[in-house]
Design a protein around this ligand. Sequence first.
Ligand code: AMP
Length: 278
Amino acid sequence: MHHPRIVTTIAELREALAASGSVGLVPTMGALHDGHLAHVARARELVDTVVVSIFVNPLQFGPNEDYLRYPRDLEADAAKLADADLIFAPEPAEMYPNGAIETRITAGRVGDTFEGRSRPGHFDGVLTVVAKLLNIVGPRVVTFGEKDAQQAFLVERMIRDLDIPTRVELIPIVREDDDLAMSSRNRYLSDRERVAARALSRALEAAESSADRGIDAVIAASQSVVMGEPLVELDYFAIVDPATFQPVDDGYRGPARAIIAARVGSTRLIDNTRLRLG
Ligand code: AMP
C-alpha cells in the first residue's frame, strides 16, 4: 500500500512540491473520517499531487472551546490517507513562530453571524490559517465541505476578494447510516446523546419536506422536531440566501440553505441542507 510522506515544516513542503504538477489541498484538523476521505478522493480526480494538511489551528478556537481536547492522532490519520501524496502536519510554532500572530484576515459582517456569533473571532482565525495554507501550498484547487457551509462561503469570498489563484471545490456532506453528519466531534457524544443528535438531520428533512409551503412552514416543521428532543439545545435554525449567507426575507422563493446548530450535552453540532423555497 502507498503511504503519503509526512512533512512538518514549510520549507520541506515547498521543496517536496517543487516539481509536482498541479496541486490540490485538503485542509483538515485531523481526526479523519469518511467525510474527509471524500475530499481526498475528489482532489485525486482533479490534480496530480494531493496534499492533506492536518493542523488544529489555535487561532480559530475560543478560550472556552475544545482546543486542548480536540482529538489528535497523526498515525491513525496517516493510515487512512493512502490516496494522498503528502501530509502537511506542522506544529503551532511552525505556523505561528512568534506565538500570537498580529496580521489577520477579517471575515467581515457575515463572520459575526451564526457560527461567528457563538464563536467570536472563529472565522477570522479560519480565514487567516486558510490564507497561510494557500500561500504555503499554492494549490490549483482547495476542497471545502458543505458541512461547514458558512466557512465555505467565507473562504470562497476571501479567495475572490484577495485574488488568490485557487479554485474551491465544494464537497457534499457525508453522513452516518442514520443521517447524522460525520464530524470529528461526534466521538464526544454519549450513547444517549448520539441518538438525540439525529434531531439535527431530522429537522433538516422536515424543512425540506415543507419547503414548498414557504418559510414559516419550514421553521415550524423543523422547530417541532428539535422541541421533541430534550437533550438537544437549539442554538440557531435559519434559512439563508446562498449568494449572501443572510437570512432570507418572508415570502422569499428560490434556492436557499437551511442551517442548524445545537448543543447536545456539552458537544456543539452543526448541519445544513439545500432547499428550494416555493
Ligand atoms: P474539519 O473536520 O474541521 O477538520 O474539516 C476539514 C474539512 O472537512 C472541512 O472542509 C469540512 O467542511 C470537511 N468536512 C467535515 N465533515 C464533513 C462531512 N461530514 N462531509 C464532508 N466534508 C466534511
